[in-house]
Design a protein around this ligand. Sequence first.
Ligand code: FE2
Ligand code: FE2
Length: 189
Amino acid sequence: MGWFSSDIKSVDDLFLHTLQDIYYAENQIEKALPQMIEKASDPELKRGFKAHLGQTKAQIKRLDQVFKKLKQQPKGTQCPAIDGIISEANEIAGEVDDKMVLNAALIAAGQAVEHYEITRYGTLVAWARLLGHAPVAKLLAASLKEEKATDKKLNDIAKRKINKKALTASRNKARGKGEKGSMLAMAGM
Ligand SMILES: [Fe+2]
Ligand SMILES: [Fe+2]
């Protein structure tokens, strides 16, 4: 069902549809994170992704509780936005061969996912409050807080070390190639 489908007639419908959207997204993220953990070579980044996988599983359970409180069956609806973000992350990770540059790419991809979740949970909290579902709003706000903290943590790792290490690694590689190139030139090759 698309965002502007005629099946959505009220704010209640829109709220439920968006809950199904984030439910689908969280399940896709749960499937994607193990690959990101495997690809990350920085131990702090690996630990960060691992911790967030645990949080993601708990967030899915939290959404199950939300559906229960609303007397709805937990169900996802396909979300092309998160599919796109995840497939772009896989694509770029497959194209980066330097480990340090790959860590920087993984953080950027992870932050894109977090920002998507932040926008969805932010809207859901506001609509839950608007519709008078205070306990549901509280559950959703807990997940929103975790997504924001994860985004901040990724940002901190990137700024503190990963981005600089990626830059140094790529410059060293370029320099190495340059030296090799000039040696070949000197040898007349
Ligand atoms: Fe999440
Ligand atoms: Fe997240």
